[in-house]
Design a protein around this ligand. Structure first.
Ligand SMILES: NC(=O)c1ccc[n+]([C@@H]2O[C@H](COP(=O)([O-])OP(=O)(O)OC[C@H]3O[C@@H](n4cnc5c(N)ncnc54)[C@H](O)[C@@H]3O)[C@@H](O)[C@H]2O)c1
Length: 387
């Protein structure tokens, strides 16, 4: 059997916190994906991960990249390492699935896109939540006109005061403590805005202009030692899409936890409560409401809205301590697109676009106001089971 047939051989590079979530989801893709080996530049982390999962390890990145059985490199390193690891994998002729952000700047992301094109390999990036059942259900409802013409969309990506939570006790299955310092320095916008941008862009097309504001509201995140370069912990931006829809996206690790995504059309509002949960319900509230319905909404919030029938039942509901998202679905999407020769829904153009808009949200000072987005992408197909 060649590498092109059957399941795609994967190497995971970066065996930290999120790698355990990917590893847990691998079993959902039997016959599609096959893990060949794992590598981390931290030998202790590599050993702990491999011991937990029983995986084969590589002694170096070069050794992983030299393995002919590896078709796709799954880059789960820290964001500052994404570009180096991705570039090395591309140079070795491997397809790459990168955790987000594809790069720390749009320029870095564009370089990777160009390198991948020149090398004739595919490049795709997380997040893949827009391929999840809850996101596809929302999108399908928009397509069939459940709320009429869409005018406005809101996404809240507020994570609460994470620095006051007991995150030092948050451990992945193989024992990696949640990497708070990295998250505070990379910034909540770079970490999370992609969850909203990907779904909104898939539904509404490319973003054309961004008007954003960001700030560091709580510089002291009580880390020991203090953070040398804390990133903005709050951002808000308005995105103007090609088709005329406007979206407001808010990110913070300050305001109380709220991950709602809402799509407002002339005939009603669709709400997805938690895009990080593939089983999260989508609710519809019609615009034409009785006085009683408005009173119920005022008093009980979304209780008065009806549940949209899911595009399909998620085969993956998470569970006690289990991830609520199928992290491997994006890798499977890339693998299938390679196998069949079809476009990948999370391809490099899309990833560059998401990176550009994310950078505009986190660092508005680097761009004109409003910032004009230069990247674009071809229309994205919904998942076959939601079409
Ligand atoms: N932590 C989460 O809950 C979470 C969720 C979704 C996505 N992510 C994304 O996943 C990525 C990794 O995050 P994490 O939380 O797992 O971080 P982490 O710090 O726990 O793990 C990253 C691992 O990559 C390794 N690494 C860094 N540079 C490397 C290199 N050049 N070569 C080999 N190994 C290298 C580190 O040693 C570390 O073990 C980030 O892009 C993050 O945005 C994280």
């Amino acid at each position: 059997m060649t590498n092109d047939a059957g399941s795609a051989g994967l190497a995971i590079v970066g065996c930290g916190y999120v790698a355990d979530s990917y590893r847990r989801c691998l079993r959902l893709h039997d016959g599609e994906l096959r893990l060949v080996g794992v590598y981390d530049r931290d030998p202790k982390r590599l050993a702990a991960f491999a011991a937990c999962w029983g995986d084969r390890t590589y002694a170096s990145l070069d050794a992983a990249l030299a393995d002919p059985d590896v078709r796709i490199v799954v880059n789960l390193t820290t964001p500052e390492s994404h570009a180096d690891v991705t570039a090395a994998a591309i140079a070795a002729g491997k397809h790459v699935y990168s955790e987000k952000p594809l790069g720390m700047t749009v320029g870095e992301a564009e370089n990777m896109r160009d390198q991948a094109r020149a090398a004739g390999v595919r490049l795709a990036a997380a997040p893949c939540s827009m391929l999840g059942e809850s996101a596809q259900t929302l999108w399908a409802a928009v397509r069939r006109g459940a709320v009429g013409r869409v005018a406005l969309a809101y996404a809240e990506l507020d994570d609460g005061m994470v620095h006051r939570a007991n995150y030092r006790d948050w451990k992945s299955r193989s024992g990696r403590v949640w990497p708070a310092r990295g998250e505070f320095e990379t910034g909540c916008t770079f970490e999370h805005a992609g969850y909203a941008i990907t779904l909104f862009a898939a539904m509404f097309g490319p973003v054309r202009r961004v008007t954003a504001f960001s700030a560091l509201l709580i510089p002291d995140k009580r880390t020991d030692p203090p953070l040398p370069h804390p990133a903005p912990d709050f951002s808000v931006g308005c995105l103007e899409f090609d088709g005329g829809v406007v979206a407001r996206i808010t990110n913070s690790v300050v305001a109380p936890y709220d991950h709602r995504m809402r799509v407002v059309g002339e005939d009603g509002v669709l709400e997805l409560r938690e895009p990080w949960d593939y089983a999260s319900p989508v609710r519809l509230r019609r615009a034409s409401q009785s006085r009683l319905a408005r009173l119920i909404e005022r008093k009980f919030g979304s209780l008065g809205a009806s549940r949209v029938t899911p595009a399909r039942k998620t085969p993956f509901r998470g569970g006690r301590g289990e991830p609520t998202m199928d992290f491997m679905r994006g890798v499977a999407e890339l693998a299938e697109s390679i196998r069949t020769g079809r476009p990948c829904r999370l391809d490099e153009d899309f990833a560059v676009h998401v990176t550009e808009v994310t950078e505009m949200l986190q660092h508005p000072d680097r761009f004109d106001r409003p910032a004009v987005v230069r990247s674009s992408f071809a229309p994205i197909a919904p998942m076959d089971w939601a079409a």
